[in-house]
Design a protein around this ligand. Structure first.
Ligand code: 6PG
Length: 461
């Protein structure tokens, strides 16, 4: 009898199965796509079993069965659940490791619960390489069921620099997929911040791709120690196979998306969370497809400030902090709204290795939320407050320069506006309230006494 089963044997499923096997657990694999099973069968031994039917797969597993479903999100997951249900026993555990929408996971969690089946919605980050060698895992659902699969998940997960596995129980219902959605929104935000900094480096500082590659590699040893710095350096220096140039100069500048970052924005609108950097990053992908492409290239004739590179490094460090801060702000608003008990230090720790947004800053976030500390905003923590004070002048200078040069910086400007707003006691929303009350008698609260007020504006004119 095999200890673990995986349905879906395309690259992610196959690599996760091999990862489970490499850690000494026995695993069965099944796919409705026979060639995938044939490819998987090449690794067959007594602890790795290819199976060719639903029945053979389910019957090969020890009870309670532990089954990871690693297939395309959406309808295929529901179809798989419907096919599996009659073959399962009460107490079996199903894990959906796809990029499912948390609303679907909430629904499936309760549907499966009604049949006595434990359903775990699990975010998986790290792509193909991570799946094989150590992904970041974000499992949500029934905690008792999680404990039964924890030994396997802890074995296969990435290990943080201090050796702890990047997996821990996130919370009930669809909270695991919610956290993965937040991860992806942060991913969109930080990636867009990188591309804006790249734009300044090439258009204002006049750096070549190879220069920029060296700069990002340097920052990866400096203030922005992050996987995205590492891969940005790699992407920029990659030679093209079809021309003598670096490939970056021939990649069409239209950003695609599968939508998980967009989902974060949808729920932010529902919750009223001010995740401006992530919103601008989503919109920047839309703009990259919607721009008319008419107009001239920017050519900066002005002075290049001597501290520009240093300021860009600080800008990126602070911008990254804002993207994380907005992600955690949405998590805490979601926890309140959906009545989930989320463990913020564990979520930060989950992201310290294996995933796309891993960076050394996550350890500082873990520390900020340690010992049950409650923060309305990450920048209330001393470390991040000091970082903000230290780097804000650099961000302001960069935005001043890009404004003069006519270079759009939607996420970096959003980061600046966010920081200028979060501790601001006199945002001008009083005028909006006055206008609302004027044209629609929408009423307003006062800053000097309790109660709800309406002014008879016309009479007072
Ligand atoms: C991960 C990634 C992964 C993938 C996104 C890409 O953590 O491994 O987030 O899930 O990169 O789905 O999303 P877009 O296609 O929307 O950029």
């Amino acid at each position: 009898m095999q200890q673990f089963g995986i349905i879906g044997l395309s690259v992610m499923g196959k690599n996760l199965a091999l990862n489970v096997h490499n850690h000494g657990f026995s695993v069965s694999g099944f796919s409705i796509d026979k060639p995938e099973v044939d490819a998987f069968a090449k690794y067959e031994d007594e602890k790795l079993k290819p199976t060719y039917s639903w029945e053979e797969f389910v019957n090969s597993l020890e009870k309670p069965r532990k089954i990871l479903i690693q297939i395309a999100a959406g309808k295929p997951v529901d179809q798989t659940l419907q096919t599996l249900l009659p073959l399962l026993d009460k107490g079996d555990i199903l894990i959906d490791g796809g990029n499912s929408n948390f609303h679907d996971t909430n629904r499936r969690y309760h549907e499966m619960e009604a049949h006595g089946i434990h359903f775990i919605g699990m975010g998986v980050s790290g792509g193909e390489e991570g799946a094989l060698n150590g992904p970041a895992l974000m499992p949500g659902g029934d905690e008792e069921a999680y404990k039964k699969v924890a030994p396997i998940l802890e074995a296969i997960a990435a290990k943080a620099p201090d050796g702890r596995p990047c997996v821990s129980y996130i919370g009930p219902e669809g909270s695991g997929h919610y956290v993965k959605m937040i991860h992806n929104g942060i991913e969109y935000g930080i990636m867009q911040e990188f591309s804006e900094v790249y734009d300044v480096l090439r258009k204002i500082a006049g750096k070549t791709n190879d220069d920029m590659s060296a700069i990002f590699a340097d920052w990866n040893q400096g203030l922005v120690h992050a996987y995205l710095s590492e891969i940005t350096a790699e992407v920029l220096k990659q030679k093209d196979k079809l021309t003598p140039d670096n490939v970056i100069d021939h990649i069409l500048n239209e950003a695609s998306y599968k939508g998980t970052g967009n989902w974060m924005l949808e729920d932010a609108i529902h919750l009223g969370t001010p995740i401006s950097v992530i919103a601008e990053a989503v919109l920047a992908r839309f703009m990259s497809k919607a721009t008319t492409r008419e107009g001239k290239e920017i050519s900066w004739k002005g002075e290049v400030p001597s501290d520009l590179i240093a300021n860009l490094e600080k800008t990126l460090q602070l911008g990254q902090a804002v993207a994380y801060a907005q992600g955690f702000q949405q998590l805490s608003m979601a926890a309140d709204a959906y009545k989930w008990d989320l463990r913020y230090p564990a979520i930060a720790q989950n992201w310290e290795a294996g995933c796309i947004i891993r960076s050394s800053m996550l350890k500082d976030i873990e520390n900020a939320y340690a010992d049950g500390k409650k923060l309305d905003n990450l920048f209330q923590d001393k470390y991040f407050n000091d970082l903000m004070k230290e780097n804000l002048p650099a961000l302001q200078k960069v935005i001043e320069l890009t404004t003069k040069a006519g270079i759009p910086t939607p996420t970096l400007s959003a980061a600046l506006n966010y920081l200028e707003s979060i501790f601001n006691p006199s945002l001008p929303a009083n005028l909006v309230q006055g206008q609302r009350d004027y044209f629609g008698a929408h009423t307003y609260l006062r800053n000097d006494r309790e109660g709800v007020y309406h002014t008879e504006w016309y009479e007072e004119k």
